[in-house]
Write a protein that binds this ligand. Sequence first.
Ligand SMILES: *[C@@H]1O[C@H](CO)[C@@H](O)[C@H](O)[C@H]1NC(C)=O
Ligand SMILES: *[C@@H]1O[C@H](CO)[C@@H](O)[C@H](O)[C@H]1NC(C)=O
Ligand SMILES: *[C@@H]1O[C@H](CO)[C@@H](O)[C@H](O)[C@H]1NC(C)=O
Length: 214
Amino acid sequence: MLSAERRLLVLLVLVSLQAPPGHGACVEVDSDTEAVINDGFKLGCISCKMRGEVKAIATVEWYFKASDETEFSPLYEFKEKKGSIQDTLRFNGRLVWNGSKNTEDLQDGSLFILNVAYNDTGIYHCVFSRTLQYTNGFEHITNASKTVSLKVVPKRTRGMASILSEVMMYVTIIGLQFWLLVEMIYCYRKIAAAGEEALRESASRRNSRRFSVK
Ligand SMILES: *[C@@H]1O[C@H](CO)[C@@H](O)[C@H](O)[C@H]1NC(C)=O
Ligand SMILES: *[C@@H]1O[C@H](CO)[C@@H](O)[C@H](O)[C@H]1NC(C)=O
Ligand SMILES: *[C@@H]1O[C@H](CO)[C@@H](O)[C@H](O)[C@H]1NC(C)=O
């Protein structure tokens, strides 16, 4: 029982000591899909290299299909450290690169929409074209793509999952605090009882010695 608790405690300490993901750690997080009207919105698109140590050069192309359209059209392109808006009719001056900066070895191809309009509702498609450059001169091309289905809403709404996870967080924190408190009281009482026992024992030993001397 106690050893299981101790193991859990060690686990918790280890988890809390984990270093936060810094340079080199790439995680493919899914994009948000709900934009607020007149606000900014980040279209997320991350494609991690399978082998981080291999050098690569990547370009990213974004395509857009509005909700009343049947085909994708070019939206934005990022290559050789420069981005350019291709759909200047609808997005002129409203797209900002939010992906990897100062490198051609892109892993984050996210795009930021300024001043979101209802007409921005639709499907966004992001395509990574990556050339892996191995040290022996061998090159290998891989493509990856992500799709973001964007909805524009008048006000921010919170998903059920987000509310639930916040509640769970508080329940967990309070539960752990309570457990700690119970454990402390238990330990304190055990130590106090042991102390009393020792006192009583030494007192009775002294008494018995006094009796035996007589
Ligand atoms: C993305 O671009 C917007 C607009 O320039 C900026 O406000 C925001 O901080 C950027 N976010 C990241 C993560 O680069
Ligand atoms: C939205 O798109 C429709 C056609 O798709 C166009 O008639 C309308 O003017 C656009 N609205 C804005 C605010 O751009
Ligand atoms: C990768 O993408 C590029 C550019 O979009 C395309 O020309 C090429 O055919 C694609 N390669 C594969 C293997 O899909």
